[in-house]
Write a new protein. Structure first.
Length: 127
């Protein structure tokens, strides 16, 4: 879903305090993600940037194009439900060191699954 759909899906989200837990999480494709926690719903979500279109000219120059509406193409996925801010900090202790590494996203997934709070693709997400 896009960010507008996410906030419209639950009236508690928009006015809630949020905690940002880094904006440089990268998946195996090098796509950047931002990690946020919505205090009033207990949702931990990633906001994924769309991958820009990159072309190379015959001389090795790279051209990056994003096209109109690029910023609206960000997608949001709830990846965990964590009941309190204290538990959030406990579960993600060390995230600042783990995030910039090549295995940062894997580290995050492993931590959430080990804590039993991860939302798997098959789990229903109540909006």
């Amino acid at each position: 879903m896009n960010i507008d759909q996410f906030y419209e899906g639950d009236p508690r989200r928009r006015p809630s305090a949020e905690i940002e837990l880094g904006s440089d999480w990268q998946d195996t494709s090098g796509v950047r993600h931002e990690l946020n926690y919505v205090e009033d719903t207990g949702e931990l979500y990633v906001m994924r940037e769309p991958a820009p279109h990159v072309t190379e000219d015959p001389f090795g120059g790279l051209y990056v194009s994003t096209g109109p509406g690029f910023e609206r193409q960000m997608t949001v996925h709830v990846v965990a439900h964590i009941d309190t801010v204290d538990n959030l900090h406990l579960i993600l202790k060390g995230w600042q060191e783990a995030m910039p590494g090549p295995g940062g996203a894997k580290w995050l997934g492993d931590r959430l699954r080990a804590a039993g709070v991860a939302v798997t693709p098959g789990d229903p997400i109540e909006d």
